[in-house]
Design a protein around this ligand. Structure first.
Ligand code: 13P
Length: 249
């Protein structure tokens, strides 16, 4: 069994005071829990990375960005590079989230370029994939995941620098979750597909995301090939996010 990764994607949420308070609360809990059976990662909005990094320093909680540009630096107004995220203490970057794919038209190739940039900066990429409701209804869930994996994983990916997050788009922020059986099917399919691209595919962590909450976390985290969670809404409440971590025990 791989050590579970519980990652909080705060998305575009949090002003400084509340973000810092949330991070401080989690930092205290994680630092005090010497037997924590999971790695905890927080991905705040770019505006809060520096201040969140300061309050979780020394707690053992990992820090990450939600996106990055594929270039190191240059004339790209509004973007941040992986090197800039590394400079603030990030060790992880989420790439290819469905909200980026939808809102910013990011295609698989662009996601692969971003993941390559994350690796270039010495960080770990969380590469997100997942089908829409219409694609699942049409019976294409597995083939969409295959296509996104084939196109979004750069050639230098290893189990050390890459994590996959399966986030069915229809389950994100909707309160709907995939059944344990559906998650098991997709995750074992992802594991098989990874072996075509990554030598140590059995060591790559595969996260589930989409309306993960304390009430469903234990069941989801016990599904074979589920090696953690990428949590949106519930990561904004310290009690809920902590309870999701505890469900890994
Ligand atoms: P929710 O947990 O709010 O459904 O969001 C999931 C997600 O998109 C995490 O990246």
């Amino acid at each position: 069994m791989l050590r579970k990764l519980i990652a909080g994607n705060w998305k575009m949420n949090g002003l400084k005071a509340e973000g810092v308070a949330l991070a401080r609360d989690l930092g205290i809990r994680y630092a005090e829990d010497e037997d924590a059976a999971f790695d905890m990662l927080i991905c705040p909005p770019a505006t809060l990375i520096d201040s969140v990094g300061e309050v979780i320093a020394g707690s053992g909680i990992l820090l990450g960005g939600q996106d990055c540009h594929s270039e190191t630096a240059g004339a790209h107004t509004g973007d941040v590079s992986a090197e800039m995220l590394a400079d603030l203490g990030c060790s992880w970057v989420i790439v290819g989230h469905s909200e980026r794919r939808q809102d910013h038209g990011e295609i698989d190739l662009a996601v692969a370029e971003k993941a390559k940039a994350v690796h270039r900066a010495g960080l770990c990429a969380i590469i997100c994939i997942g089908e829409t409701e219409a694609e699942r209804a049409a019976g294409h869930a597995l083939s969409i995941c295959s296509r996104q994996l084939a196109g979004s994983i750069p050639t230098n990916a290893t189990a050390e620098n890459t994590v996959i997050a399966y986030e069915p788009v229809w389950a994100i922020g909707t309160g709907k979750t995939a059944t344990a059986g559906d998650v098991a099917d997709v995750h074992s399919h992802i594991r098989a597909e990874l072996s075509r691209k990554i030598a140590d595919a059995d060591k790559v962590r595969i996260l589930y995301g989409g309306s993960v909450k304390p009430a469903n976390a234990a069941e989801l985290m016990s599904v074979p090939n589920v090696d953690g969670a990428l949590v949106g809404g519930a990561s904004l409440k310290a009690d809920d996010f902590w309870a999701i971590g505890q469900s890994c025990a």
